[in-house]
Design a binder for this molecule. Structure first.
Ligand code: ADP
Length: 509
């Protein structure tokens, strides 16, 4: 079949050549004939293009292709111009093809780079996960080690402190030198016990084992108690300790023992690092929060050290540091306690001018809101209730004293087993301390009665015993209670910490 093609532009020339090639292929011309056909088509098309004519592709007499040129009406153009245009076109399309190829290669490269990056990111994620896991484990291990070590250290330390106290108070006549040395031993042991207590507290906070015991209280009361502790300790007349009036500050609902511990620490630091001027404590309500500030006119802290002082075991190098004692654990603990209470602790300081530590606390510890929702708000003081069942009045007194040194509780007391059982059923306390040797009904009987009653069987019981028990009695008691406490250990304790989170825990400190 013959084919006629108009050739008006240089592009048509290229189209004509392509058509000649395609037709030669259709006619099954051999390679030499195909080449001849293309060359004739190109030549013919250029000539036709000069006057906007056409070409006809025909089957020749032999096996080849014949190209017939028909000139058009347009004025003839110089064949060189047509050829130049065509080569420009060819060049452009080649360049386009080149750019396309380059872009493709670039894209392919980017794709493989992306692939690699993706693989890298995945590997990084896996490594991060791994590291986070290791860090968690290390942190856990550190907390466990701290807690274990401090527990183990505390027992012999308590022994030393107790024995020195005994030696110092005994009627045996002693030389002045002995008395001096005993005082040194007692001071050193007490300092170490303080450090061990801080370590234990830190480890417990980190392990999430410290619970908040909120109650409603006046800051004025806390300030009063702190004044009582610190006024006698003022060593220099050059420093005044001022507690500002708190009557304008409404009562707050928080953990009084922890607030007091934070302020004790801040005050002790302020007094340690202030040689002249004043240490001032004030509080102010600000919306839903209360701001409590302990400021001093002491040596101050350089700006670059400010973030570090909240890290464990950090002490700032200064001339006073060597003269005062400390562990570098106080501030980290204060900050952790502040956060535990839903607040925060910040510091501002200028070397040579003094420091101001600011504790911001929510006026209502967040848990209370839950309680309000549950309609328990009418109870003016929502404190946990503890029951102490012991027939010895002094022991009941001692235990309640040790408990209130750590937190604010409603404490009910009962003198014998039966009264204890009734009180437990009536009051449903949050925890029971139960002496073993009791009149009317012993501790074993009370504990098993309470354990049988569905209304009381979830109340954690801690048995208290004056004597060491036989293994059988101990096992029996353990099966009925959450723990067994020796009275001997109680008499050495400074305070008794109660953690009511399930499972309940009692720690002698
Ligand atoms: P320490 O038991 O050593 O006092 P802290 O954690 O309570 O431990 O304090 C860490 C360090 O911060 C202190 O050793 C002291 O260098 C610095 N510091 C804390 N409070 C003050 C203050 N009021 N004035 C100056 N420096 C302070």
């Amino acid at each position: 079949m013959d084919l006629t093609l108009p050739v008006n532009t240089e592009e048509d020339v290229l189209k004509a050549v392509t058509a000649a090639y395609d037709t030669a292929c259709q006619w099954n011309l051999d390679e030499a004939e195909r080449a001849k056909a293309i060359s004739a088509a190109l030549d013919g098309a250029i000539r036709a293009c000069r006057s906007k004519g056409s070409i006809e592709l025909r089957r020749g007499n032999g096996d080849g292709m014949e190209v017939v040129v028909r000139t058009g009406d347009a004025p003839q153009v110089d064949p060189l111009t047509v050829w130049e245009e065509i080569s420009k076109l060819l060049h452009e399309s080649a360049a386009k093809g080149d750019a396309l190829a380059k872009t493709r290669a670039l894209l392919a490269g980017m794709e493989s780079e992306l692939d690699e990056t993706n693989r890298g990111v995945m590997a990084l994620y896996a490594e991060l996960d791994d590291r986070a896991d290791k860090l968690r484990k290390a942190d856990d291990l550190k907390s466990r080690f701290l807690s274990y070590a401090s527990h183990e250290l505390r027992t012999p330390l308590n022994g030393i402190v107790g024995l020195v106290r005994l030696l110092r108070s005994s009627a045996v006549p002693r030389s002045a030198e002995d008395i001096k040395q005993l005082a040194f031993i007692q001071k050193a042991a007490e300092e170490m016990r303080e450090m061990v207590n801080d370590l234990l507290d830190l480890a417990k906070v980190e392990a999430g084992k410290v619970t908040v015991q909120p109650s409603e209280f006046d800051l004025g009361f806390v300030f009063g108690a702190l004044r009582g502790i610190f006024r006698p300790l003022l060593q220099s007349e050059d420093v005044t300790l001022i507690f500002e009036d708190t009557s304008a500050v409404p009562s707050i609902y928080s953990d009084e023992a922890k607030v007091s511990q934070i302020l004790r620490n801040l005050l002790s630091n302020a007094l340690k690092f202030t040689e002249r001027g004043s240490v001032r404590v004030w509080a102010k309500a600000e919306g839903d929060t209360v701001r409590i500030v302990v400021s001093d006119t002491g040596i101050g802290i350089p700006e670059n050290e400010l973030p570090r002082i909240f890290e464990e075991f950090t002490q700032v190098e200064n001339p006073l540091q060597r003269r005062v004692r400390g562990t570098g654990l106080g501030l980290p603990l204060c900050r952790k306690f502040a956060e535990l209470l839903g607040g925060h602790l910040a510091v501002e300081s200028k070397p040579g001018q003094g420091s101001a530590f600011t504790l911001i606390l929510p006026r209502v510890y967040p848990v209370k809101r839950d309680r309000l929702l549950k309609g328990e708000a009418r109870k003016p003081r929502t404190r946990a209730t503890l029951l102490i069942v012991d027939d010895i009045e002094i022991d009941r007194y001692l235990l309640s004293h040790l408990i209130t040194a750590s937190g604010d509780y409603d404490i009910i007391q009962a003198e014998d087993g039966q009264a204890g059982l009734h009180a437990a059923r009536r009051e449903r306390p949050d925890l029971i301390f139960l002496d073993v040797n009791l009149p009317l009904m012993d501790g074993y009987a009370v504990a098993s009665e309470l354990g049988r009653d569905p209304a009381t069987r979830d109340i954690p019981i801690f048995a208290i015993t004056a004597e060491k028990l036989s293994q059988t009695d101990y096992d029996r008691l353990r099966s009925l209670t959450r723990g067994v406490i020796l009275k001997e250990n109680l008499s050495e304790a400074q305070r008794v910490n109660i953690d009511l989170a399930s499972p309940a825990q009692v720690t002698l400190l």
